[in-house]
Write a protein that binds this ligand. Structure first.
Ligand SMILES: [Zn+2]
Length: 107
C-alpha cells in the first residue's frame, strides 16, 4: 500500500528530529492515500518505540494538475495513486500539488 511507504518515510524523518517531538502536523497529499489509513499504520508501526503516543494532526492536500491541454485545477483521486490522469483529455499528467509529505513540529 502507498500509505505504508509514506508512514515509513514519516517515521524515519521524525526519528531524526532532536529532541523527539511530542506532536506533529503532517501535510499529506491525497495521492498518498487516506489520512485514516496513514494514522492507523503510523500507530501500529510506532508501538513500543519512542514515538508511541505522539500527537498527530493530519492535513490532506488536494491534488492539483496543470495539463498540456490547458486544464488546471483540482482533481479527485480515489485512494492511493502513483499518477493522475487528466479528466478532460485523458493524458497522464504531473500533479503540481497532492504528493507532498511535510512534517511540522507542533510540540
Ligand atoms: Zn488534459
Amino acid at each position: 500500500m502507498h500509505e505504508f511507504t509514506s508512514v515509513h518515510e514519516a517515521i524515519e524523518r521524525i526519528k531524526q528530529m532532536q529532541p523527539l517531538p511530542r506532536k506533529v502536523r503532517i501535510r499529506m497529499g491525497k495521492m498518498r492515500g487516506s489520512a485514516k489509513a496513514f494514522e492507523e499504520m503510523f500507530r501500529e508501526h510506532t508501538r513500543d518505540t519512542g514515538l508511541q503516543g505522539i500527537g498527530l494532526e493530519i492535513e490532506q492536500v488536494p491534488v492539483e494538475i496543470s495539463c498540456q491541454c490547458g486544464l488546471e485545477g483540482t482533481v479527485r483521486v480515489m485512494g492511493h495513486v502513483h499518477f493522475v490522469r487528466c479528466p478532460r483529455c485523458g493524458h497522464i499528467t504531473d500533479a503540481i500539488r497532492g504528493n507532498e509529505l511535510e512534517i511540522e513540529v507542533l510540540e
